[in-house]
Design a protein around this ligand. Structure first.
Ligand code: NAP
Length: 334
């Protein structure tokens, strides 16, 4: 595509992350600008059209096919990702798909196959933690070997309140999926076994939802990873990660915030939602995607194979919710 600016269409542009990505594309990503938006909530797109000068489409099909759209960003709800991604591949257009790539292994597989048929990489998945400077530093330290082999990892993913309709399997496909991907990437090896364990449910969870849950994963070399997944933590949004190695540990820092001392109290604010937690990563993942499309970098970030591998791990963990036992990861080259 050379150096021309990339014209991007955003599906799900009225949502939280869709509108954030739209804003970044319009204001902060070099070499790109948004031209088109679509969302089932059409009325919520009017302010975007006015602000960013984008055209509102009446369907995803029309947006993907539009001659004014070189590349597509998918930020609609999880279950819609697979079909839209395949449509983009079939149209030969680069596609940035928010995580998860798909909610079933079959759909992930069909995306990988469609991309192979297209004969060139077209997909980047929104596993943005790979672009976060702190996670990157952790990877650098692990890679250097200075702390010896990683033995265990303790992670936390807490969201204060979740939308109605959130299910047990979404604890895996929507929440733990980030840790599944980032741990595969940090440890540079496959996850081979996974399990979800239920804790006592919080009174803030919807009837029938097990919340919180504890995810356990084992890497190929035996590193044991635990992730507390909480969709109704009440008090705030929090992501933690500590990797225990033979000679020391590495811990993701808390986001910088002023420490306030008042009478008999020393405190920092806790975030209310995910949107403020990794701003540099959201920016960097989109810049990377656009740079690849423009030929300024050679490889997309996490691609369809990574989306597939993460889904295979998620699949094992969802199976474990029914069996109550650790389940082997099957179905892909990991
Ligand atoms: P959201 O606020 O509900 O936004 C999704 C938007 O897409 C809503 O306006 C929704 O409309 C719309 N939509 C649903 N189905 C659609 C369809 N078939 N065609 C077009 N638009 C459709 O959700 P969100 O929190 O932004 O999350 C969106 C996606 O991003 C999810 O897949 C989520 O997993 C992912 N996400 C990723 C991160 C990250 O850190 N990488 C963070 C947050 C979210 P309705 O409200 O009517 O359904």
């Amino acid at each position: 595509m050379g150096q021309a600016k990339v014209r991007v269409g955003v599906i799900g542009a009225a949502g939280f992350i869709g509108s954030g990505h739209l804003h970044r594309l319009a204001t902060a990503v070099d070499g790109a600008y948004p031209t088109a938006v679509y969302d089932v909530k059409r009325e919520r797109l009017e302010p975007h059209a006015e602000r960013y000068g984008v055209k509102i489409f009446d369907s995803a099909d029309e947006l993907i096919a539009s001659e004014d759209v070189d590349a597509v960003l998918i930020a609609s709800w999880d279950a819609t990702h697979a079909a839209f991604t395949k449509q983009c591949i079939e149209a030969g257009k680069p596609v940035f798909c928010e995580k998860p790539l798909a909610t079933t292994l079959e759909d992930c597989q069909s995306i990988v196959e469609a991309e192979k048929r297209a004969g060139k990489p077209l997909v980047q998945v929104g596993f943005m933690r790979r672009f976060d400077p702190d996670y990157r530093k952790i990877k650098e330290i692990l890679r250097s070997g200075e702390l010896g082999a990683p033995l265990m990892a303790h992670c936390i993913s807490r969201t204060p309140k979740i939308a109605s309709g959130f299910t047990d399997s979404m604890q895996v496909t929507n929440i733990a999926i980030h840790e599944i991907d980032v741990m595969r990437w940090l440890l540079d090896e496959p996850i081979v076994k996974g399990q979800m364990i239920y804790g006592r449910p919080t009174g803030f969870a919807e009837e029938g939802l097990h919340d919180p849950q504890l995810a356990l994963m084992w890497s190929k070399s035996g590193c044991l990873i635990d992730v507390e997944c909480a969709a109704n933590s009440y008090y705030g949004y929090e992501i933690q990660c500590e990797i225990v190695c033979e000679k020391g540990t590495i811990r993701l820092p808390d986001p910088p915030a002023p420490i306030v001392r008042s009478r008999l109290l020393c405190a920092t604010e806790v975030m209310d939602d995910w949107s403020e937690r990794f701003p540099k990563a959201y920016q960097a993942e989109l810049q990377h995607w656009i740079d690849v499309i423009r030929g300024l970098r050679t490889e997309y970030g996490p691609g369809s194979e990574d989306g597939y591998a993460a889904c295979a791990v998620a699949d094992a963990m969802i199976r474990s919710q029914a069996t109550g036992l650790p389940e082997q990861v099957t179905g892909c080259g990991q």
